[in-house]
Ligand binder design. Structure first.
Ligand code: ADP
Length: 222
């Protein structure tokens, strides 16, 4: 899927916009790293691209078609075409769900219960989880194990665009390598586009086809 952000301005109520006039385009199947220091607005822009945060101005286009609704107003076909993984799995995972239910929840929500065993069978080994972890709840697993489940959940509907927002910032080197490897295996078979947001130039250059510094995305504030 092609993703294009044109002159996006976005922020939070009273404060000055976190993102000002930002533009970025990803070709179908391309892996692009968005590199910048903490606080520069990368997550805000990632959330706009993931249809989770409505911009104040600008246009987001998927395959050339402008997006008109965010959050619950986003069309279901678009919401299911985009997978997102955030930095902190404990903030994005419902603590009451087992890992199996967490991963399968998007299938249940879209009426595809029948596909659950097959998808779990594919994704659990892909992200490096083992079946014995699936009945556990988030407080019974490590951050790395929970992030593996969050990645599986982001992949469960077969997204054509994957957005990883500091996905490995809290994790050790071997878990980071495993998660990046799982994303790349998924992309090799699906042709999905990747936007990887982060602050680590070594990781992003190793992972992505192209790395865009934040200064190349947004005009400095005047
Ligand atoms: P980055 O991902 O580059 O660290 P963010 O997009 O998270 O940057 O943050 C950009 C700016 O927006 C920061 O100044 C931050 O304090 C502010 N911000 C982020 N989230 C919120 C929020 N929910 N409410 C108010 N301000 C926020």
């Amino acid at each position: 899927m092609r993703l294009e952000l044109r002159s996006v301005t976005a922020g939070y109520d009273s404060a000055a916009p976190a993102v000002r006039d930002a533009s970025l385009a990803l070709d179908p199947g391309e892996a692009v790293g968005l590199l910048g220091p903490s606080g520069c607005g990368k997550s805000t822009l990632a959330r706009v691209a993931a249809l989770l945060h409505r911009p104040e101005a600008g246009t987001v286009l998927f395959d050339g078609t402008p997006v008109t609704g965010w959050r619950h107003r986003a069309p279901r076909a678009l919401r299911t075409a985009v997978g997102v993984v955030f930095q902190q799995p404990r903030l994005s995972a419902d603590p009451r769900l087992t890992l199996a239910d967490l991963i399968a929840e998007p299938l249940r929500a879209t009426g595809r219960r029948d596909g659950i065993p097959d998808r779990l069978g594919d994704l659990v080994p892909l992200v490096g989880l083992t079946p014995d972890l699936l009945p556990r709840r988030p407080h019974e697993v490590s951050d790395g194990q929970l992030q593996r489940a969050c990645l599986a959940r982001a992949l469960v509907l077969g997204p054509r665009l994957l957005i990883c927002d500091e996905m490995t910032a809290m994790l050790d080197a071997s878990t980071t390598a495993a998660l990046v490897g799982a994303v790349e295996s998924y992309r090799a078979t699906s042709g999905a586009t990747l936007l990887a947001v982060g602050h680590d130039p070594v990781l992003l250059h190793r992972w992505c086809d192209r790395v865009v510094p934040w200064t190349g995305v947004t005009a400095p504030a005047r």
